[in-house]
Design a protein around this ligand. Structure first.
Ligand code: FES
Length: 567
């Protein structure tokens, strides 16, 4: 098999000429023949002025390159697209599959024997892992790491659970315009990903749990020297992988590693987005993500990590308490310990070496969990035939069984225009319903599931209400919020049939979400539904709307899920 510079030669009908020409051009960069004969380690560059979460990528690349060269390899850095949550219109999720396609094809197209993918902001790690799974070249993930915490008036703050909490207080009139501007500059005090258990931290933990990154890479802060040492170690390991041509993602993304990721997702109080991304990653490896199994794990796996938004602390405290290996050791009887990891050993080996930190309250013991059950529950019922997800660890106890009157918003736009209207007919015990915010409907399934409390209720002190939608929610958010209702309303899912004033019953202990309207009436409403309209006429938007799968299948494109290794 061709290796290094001989790999994947451009087609001119004469292989030796193709190599000759390739070397002509690469020598323009000053490379020697000695360098060009080395095993090649590709390194993705996801730095962008529009992605502050990846602000440390240049320094990580420098450290990873050092590691590659110390091990005798040739590092080759190449750009891929990058996505930041706040700089992606209409939503970052809309672009995740584009990033996955870009990364996969660039890994395939260019001559490299292994690849380091550097990512972190919410959609980037899932996109890169989906790409690596499909390209199936020896791959190692290097997360950029979380930000350090901020401080305001003696209080520890962080993006973006506290962004939401502070903004809610501002909406309720408790924080004035001057103070909210000061807070604005203190919520994200360094580069790196959000330092609560949002989607970025969740995906960094799941990546490490699946053995796709080196131990401790999930939690070491972005700005710490240790993060750069981990980058160097990643470079060294990537060179060994380039030489041995192993392990490939297909050896690491297995039923066992997906199981371990599910256990960790439940136990860290992870983001609901983790369910969608894990389903997409599993799909790329030809594994069907089992929502039922995930829910069953949630009944036995406790939340052990005391991090916001489910608990109190932040990612840097998780690192100082021993990081993910220490947390996983606490769960060892629930894990597949023989699952291999990218470093060459097994999950069991890694967690046995985890450090014990005395007197810490971040990683709880099984005897003293933060919550006795897992972070998430999967709901079914006539409103969600293929399932819906609730993050019960961040919900209000008193709303876990609740019946309320539906107050319906037909789109994100409709929600924006009417939620704060003084004329809105809404009470605290109602159920707020948002539809047409799913994968095809929005499109891109925005994080609009965290419907704001209507201003008039917020001013009365209402902090939480039952809110349901086919949208997603930021992992940093909290509240009694049912998400990912599948099938979505835009493809005729039952959410499309809800009318203002209908009764909706939520019963989390019994895993049910029901529209209390009789079946004959629902049938009548379904017959009267307008046919689904596809708004996108051209380009990537059309590709997206035409081919995106539903949330239970990870919102991947249908033509990407099929395992390319089978062909
Ligand atoms: Fe990038 Fe939160 S915005 S991780």
């Amino acid at each position: 098999m061709a290796r290094g510079m001989r790999k994947g030669l451009t087609s001119y009908g004469d292989q030796e000429f193709s190599l000759f020409l390739r070397k002509v051009f690469i020598k323009a960069m000053g490379y020697s023949d000695d360098a060009l004969d080395r095993p090649i380690v590709g390194i993705t560059n996801t730095y962008s002025d529009f992605n502050p979460c990846h602000g440390n990528v240049p320094s990580l690349i420098e450290s990873a390159k050092r590691g590659v060269m110390l091990a005798g390899g040739l590092p080759m850095v190449f750009p891929t697209i990058t996505i930041h949550e706040s700089f992606a219109h209409p939503t970052s999720m809309f672009l995740r599959n584009l990033m996955a396609m870009d990364t996969e094809e660039m890994i395939r197209a260019q001559p490299m024997d292994s690849v380091i993918v550097i990512g972190g902001c919410d959609k980037t790690l899932p996109a890169q892992i989906m790409a690596a799974a499909s390209a199936d070249l020896p791959s190692i993930v290097l997360p950029v790491g979380p930000m350090v915490v901020g401080h305001h008036r003696g209080e520890v703050l962080g993006a973006c659970t506290d962004c939401r909490r502070m903004w809610s207080s501002h909406r309720a009139g408790d924080i004035d315009g001057d103070e909210i501007e000061i807070i604005n500059a203190r919520l994200a005090p360094s580069v790196g990903t959000c330092m609560v258990m949002g989607t970025a931290s969740t995906m960094a933990c799941l990546t490490e749990a699946m053995g796709l990154s080196l131990p401790y890479t999930a939690a070491v802060p972005a700005t710490h020297a240790e993060r750069r040492r981990l980058a160097e170690a990643t470079g060294k390991r990537a060179t060994e992988m380039a030489v041995s041509n192993t392990p490939r993602p297909s050896a690491l993304i297995t039923e066992d590693s997906i199981h371990n990721a599910m256990v960790v997702l439940q136990s860290i109080g992870g983001s609901t987005n983790g369910v969608v991304h894990l389903a997409a990653i599993a799909g790329r490896a030809g594994i069907k993500f089992d929502l039922g199994a995930f829910d069953r794990l949630g009944r036995t796996v406790p939340v052990l990590l005391n991090l916001k938004p489910s608990g109190q602390h932040y990612m840097e405290h998780f690192h100082h308490a021993g990081g993910l290996p220490r947390l996983m050791r606490e769960l060892r009887d629930l894990l597949k310990l023989d699952a291999p990891v990218v470093g060459g050993s097994t999950v069991g080996d890694v967690i046995e070496q985890a450090e014990d930190v005395p007197n810490q309250d971040v990683i709880r013991t099984r005897e003293k969990p933060l919550k006795p059950q897992g972070a998430m529950a999967v709901l079914h019922g006539n409103l969600a035939p293929r399932g819906a997800v609730i993050k019960q660890s961040a919900a209000s106890k008193e709303l876990m069984v609740h019946t309320g009157r539906a107050v319906v918003f037909d789109s994100v736009q409709d929600l924006t225009e009417r939620i704060d209207s003084p004329d809105l007919d809404v009470k605290a015990e109602d159920v707020l319903v948002l539809r047409n915010a799913g994968p095809k409907g929005a499109p891109g399934m925005p994080e609009a599931g965290y419907l704001p409390i209507p201003r008039k209720l917020a001013r009365e002190g209402v902090k939480d209400m039952v809110r349901i939608s086919d949208a997603r929610m930021s992992g940093t958010a909290f509240g009694t919020i049912v998400l990912h209702i599948t099938p979505e309303s835009a493809v005729g899912g039952p959410l499309a049939l809800v009318r203002n004033g209908d009764k909706i019953h939520l019963d989390v202990p019994n895993r049910s979400i029901a529209l209390q309207v009789d079946a004959a009436e629902l049938e009548r409403r379904a017959e009267a539904l307008a046919p689904v309209r596809t708004m996108a006429k051209r380009g990537y938007a059309k590709l997206y709307v035409d081919t995106v799968l539903q949330a239970d299948e990870g919102c991947d494109f249908e033509f990407l899920v099929e395992d390319p290794r089978a062909t």
